[in-house]
Ligand binder design. Structure first.
Ligand SMILES: [Zn+2]
Ligand SMILES: [Zn+2]
Length: 352
């Protein structure tokens, strides 16, 4: 579905880009959860003292964007510009910003800011900060021509990756990597749900000498072929089990009914990591599935350390995101394709 350009009622007057040479700035906005985005003319944002403004080049889509748009996550700012895997070029720098200059290419992730003072922030666990604010959720994100971001939470990007292929690394990549690290030294590794994060982490896991077992919906033959093509050892429906016991599994799909299935497939002492920000209810299951010191844990958000570490890994190995590219005006179509599971790999909006 192509977005309709509508008037900027309630959003202030549309303004022209710098020098008046550009047309009105575009921002597909979420006005109400559960409804489609509307392409509106929006005002040029201005960088605050600790912020940079970016000319957005590309923005990846993530299942979390669906949770925001569909209303599974309950505390968005509204109206909201979604999008939290932003690649852009700095075009304005706040007075207090150090180390970034106009013309630098940076990435903006989901974690847009944290308090810096609480017990979690002090311990480097800023992903758990109660006052954290999130890009494309409580802060306007990258489905727009321009955005602003706290410079302290932005990342330098690997120069060898272009704008489109580097975008999915900023959430699917680095939160996927946080989940992967939580599997410790697991060699036999199950991935439940084979979307953006799993296809990137398959490449990392193979590079690290692990074996990947890809579990998908029964009808999703295409994703199983995709997984095998990326080097997965085995691919099958989620209710099947490979011949080997798994050392660990990561649930990328937001489906609680997968948890008991994953516990059945994991050996004693193994870990099941729930990587999504939202999941449907987990059905009750016999204690015997958890017995044997199996561990279930979640992954929440990201730290800046995760980003620095993962982007360093991405530089040292040839991790390549397979992307389906949409125009900014096609944001609703992209979200729809992602919702139906029709995107192989990562969906990315090309903005400029
Ligand atoms: Zn904090
Ligand atoms: Zn995300």
């Amino acid at each position: 579905m192509v977005l309709n350009r509508v008037s900027a009622d309630g959003l202030g007057p549309a303004v022209l880009g710098r020098g008046g040479s550009k047309g009105p700035l575009r921002g597909p906005l979420l006005s109400s959860q559960g409804e489609a985005l509307e392409l509106r003319d929006v005002a040029m944002p201005e960088a605050g003292p600790a912020q940079i403004r970016l000319r957005v080049k590309a923005c990846g889509l993530c299942r979390t964007d669906l949770h925001v748009v569909d209303g599974d996550l309950k505390e968005p700012k509204l109206p909201l510009v979604p999008g939290h895997q932003i690649v852009g070029v700095v075009d304005q720098v706040g007075a207090d910003v150090r180390g970034l200059a106009v013309g630098d290419r940076v990435g903006v992730p989901w974690l847009g800011g944290s308090c810096g003072r609480c017990r979690y922030c002090q311990a480097g666990d800023e992903n758990l900060c109660d006052s954290a604010r999130y890009t494309g959720y409580q802060i306007d994100g990258g489905f727009a021509d321009y955005c602003v971001a706290d410079a302290r939470f932005c990342f330098a990007l690997p120069a060898e990756q272009d704008d489109i292929t580097v975008a999915p690394l900023l959430c699917a990549g680095l939160i996927g990597y946080r989940a992967l690290r939580m599997t410790g030294d697991a060699t036999e590794l199950g991935f439940y749900g084979f979307g953006s994060a799993a296809h990137l982490m398959t490449q990392v896991a193979r590079h690290q000498g692990r074996r990947v077992y890809a579990f998908t919906r029964a009808s999703d033959v295409a994703s199983r072929g995709f997984a095998l093509g990326l080097g997965a050892t085995w691919a099958g429906p989620s209710d099947e089990r490979p011949e080997v016991e798994l050392d660990a599994a990561i649930l990328f799909a937001p489906a609680g009914e997968l948890l008991p299935l994953a516990l059945k497939a994991v050996r004693k002492g193994g870990t099941v990591v729930c990587a999504g920000i939202h999941m449907s209810d987990i059905p009750s299951f016999p204690y015997a599935l958890l017995w044997g010191e199996r561990v279930v844990r979640s992954v929440a958000n990201l730290t800046r350390r995760d980003g620095i570490d993962f982007l360093a890994v991405a530089r040292t190995m040839s991790i390549v995101a397979q992307t389906t590219v949409y125009g900014l005006e096609e944001a609703n179509r992209a979200l729809g394709d992602l919702r139906r599971g029709d995107v192989q790999g990562s969906a990315v909006l090309r903005v400029a």
